[in-house]
Design a protein around this ligand. Structure first.
Ligand SMILES: *Cc1c(COP(=O)(O)O)cnc(C)c1O
Length: 235
């Protein structure tokens, strides 16, 4: 379970190394319970909205895979950290505007939120220009929420095919963020089903509140923020 800490003052620092150990052991237990291969699930530590020192603490504790949801925030935080810890893998887990693709390509190692043709085209173009080919995930709006990013479930098949065939993107899998208050397992099951149809190996699903459920449904990547870094300060 996530720690119940409620962080209100900068001087109440969460014990990030201890939180990482807890989350890792719960991931290992969920892998075992689900008959998954040990180590099948990658923990993406989401330090968004926290100061860079918290990500540094996780790096010093040996963690190497991180997620950020805003390009601009990541640009302020990660170049120095990546220089200090060059094997770091940074995932973009928030919406990407096409006018930020160039900056994002310079910094991120995995794009989890490919969700529309214009973005897919821009990523393909930037990959051609730079020769970089970061892994891509297609974000599916499994709850069909009008305000949420992601391709609609009924358009997912066509969009996945287009990303692969027309844009030649290195599509590795799918990502979803279930609607708040919904039973997440229905969304995880839907995402797994779409991935299976396309023989896509990666499923990024599950956050602090539901990553164990997500692992039971086949998650290969869980994106965990609060359980590692504590409550986020208001933006
Ligand atoms: C913030 C965020 C997370 C982490 O959420 P927690 O509930 O703090 O674990 C995961 N995925 C995405 C896309 C996010 O924006």
């Amino acid at each position: 379970m996530p720690p119940t800490e409620t962080l209100t003052h900068a001087d109440t620092e969460p014990d990030i190394a201890a939180n990482l150990r807890t989350v890792r052991s719960e991931i290992a237990a969920a892998e075992k319970a689900g008959g998954r291969v040990p180590g099948a699930v990658t923990l993406v530590a989401v330090g968004k909205a926290h100061p860079a020192e918290r990500s540094r603490a996780a790096l010093e504790a040996g963690h190497r895979v991180f997620g950020e949801n805003r390009v601009q925030e990541a640009e302020g935080k990660w170049p120095a950290l990546k220089e200090a810890f060059p094997e770091t893998q940074l995932h973009l887990i928030g919406p990407l505007q096409t006018n930020k693709v160039r900056q994002a390509m310079a910094l991120f190692d995995v794009f989890e939120t490919v969700d529309r043709e214009k973005l897919a085209r821009a990523l393909a173009k930037e990959m051609d220009r730079t020769g970089r080919r970061p892994d891509c995930l297609i974000q599916v709006n499994t709850g069909a929420e009008p305000q949420k990013a992601g391709v609609a479930p009924e358009q997912a098949d066509a969009f996945i095919a287009q990303c692969r065939d027309e844009f030649d993107l290195p599509v590795k899998g799918l990502m979803c963020i279930p609607p708040v208050g919904d039973e997440p397992s229905l969304h995880f099951a839907l995402l797994r089903e779409i991935a299976k149809r396309h023989e896509l190996p990666w499923l990024s699903m599950g956050m602090s509140a539901d990553y164990e459920v997500a692992i039971a449904f086949g998650a290969t990547h869980v994106r965990v923020g609060t359980a590692i870094f504590g409550q986020r300060p208001a933006r």
